[in-house]
Design a protein. Structure first.
Length: 80
């Protein structure tokens, strides 16, 4: 599992490195339901990060519903 996390970290770092000078660049028009969206680098990265935290919250909620104490997942603690 740690290997997969390192691979994902590498993909994220590569993405940021490639687009760091132009975060407002439109990557592609994406078909969504009945219309197309133009998605910028910043939007795509922000959406991906917030969606990850959404799922993390769902997992922690399930852990609590099962009667367990979830671990502290505060990202700030990672950098201390």
């Amino acid at each position: 599992m740690r290997s997969l996390f390192h691979q994902v970290d590498g993909l994220g770092e590569g993405f940021l490195h490639e687009y760091e000078t132009n975060p407002s660049l439109t990557l592609k028009a994406v078909s969504w339901q009945d219309h197309e969206l133009e998605v910028s680098v910043l939007w795509l990265f922000t959406h991906t990060m917030t969606h990850e935290f959404h799922h993390k919250g769902q997992i922690l909620s399930m852990v609590r519903h099962l009667g367990c104490e979830p671990i502290d997942t505060d990202v700030v603690l990672y950098f201390l």
